[in-house]
Design a protein around this ligand. Structure first.
Ligand SMILES: [Zn+2]
Length: 239
């Protein structure tokens, strides 16, 4: 069967709008939230985060200060991983088991340390529908990357079904239509086990004016694809 997950990174205050949309359509999502952002972007307060978690919205860790772990000393890596977890657990009042690498950046040593602390680690690898558990890869970045990027990454990741769908879309349709088409056909082909993970950033939705596009997708999902939606905390089931 096809399972569909939504994950949103960085904990920008616009995540409030995201959470409201996911609740409106009854579609679960995971927010990967740091306590602060070294690049200067605003981050939700602990109280605001607590207010939106529960129901369809879950939270996972994204380091303490949104630092790229590959740029840090080993001791700093451990501190970012553990401080981020503690901050989030205090904020939402429940255990935090899932993590996402800022910028998708990690190496073998960082991965080992991450998995000592968390159950899973999400990458920024796209055009994948099978994971390398406990690494969780993604399928679509909710951002107008274009079909050329879809083609390149599906070739690179040897994802036949995505490659076929991307080729069919070449030059004729936009990236979001490709995404919707792929989701609909994946949901119909129930025999194949696959996880479709859509990820993005609420600040990017604002900058690129993609809120209407997202609402359109959530409408589609809450209608004909509702049976595919799943909570990220259940990603290990079937995994
Ligand atoms: Zn991030």
């Amino acid at each position: 069967m096809t399972r569909l997950f939504f994950t949103w990174d960085d904990g920008h205050p616009d995540d409030l709008r995201l959470a409201a949309l996911h609740e409106k359509y009854g579609v679960p999502c995971m927010l990967f939230v740091p306590a602060a952002n070294a690049e200067g972007r605003p981050v939700l307060t602990a109280g605001a985060l607590r207010g939106i978690c529960g129901g369809n919205v879950e939270a996972g860790a994204h380091t303490y200060r949104h630092r790229y772990l590959t740029e840090l000393q080993p001791g700093e890596v451990t501190a970012e991983l553990t401080d981020g977890k503690k901050y989030l657990e205090d904020a939402i009042g429940s255990p935090v088991e899932h993590f996402c690498f800022p910028g998708g950046r990690y190496n073998r040593q960082i991965l080992r340390e991450t998995l000592r602390i968390y159950k899973t680690a999400r990458t920024a690898e796209i055009m994948r529908t099978r994971h390398r558990f406990p690494l969780v890869d993604t399928t679509f970045h909710f951002f107008p990357r274009g079909w050329r990027s879809a083609l390149y990454h599906s070739c690179r990741n040897r994802e036949g079904s995505l490659l076929r769908a991307a080729l069919q879309s070449c030059g004729r349709r936009g990236y979001f239509e490709f995404m919707e088409r792929y989701l609909t056909s994946a949901a119909e082909k129930g025999e194949e086990e696959r996880d479709v993970i859509i990820w993005g950033h609420s600040w990017e939705l604002t900058e690129r004016r993609l809120w209407g596009q997202l609402e359109r997708l959530l409408q589609l999902v809450s209608g004909s694809l509702r049976g595919c939606t799943a909570k990220y905390s259940q990603i290990y089931i079937n995994g």
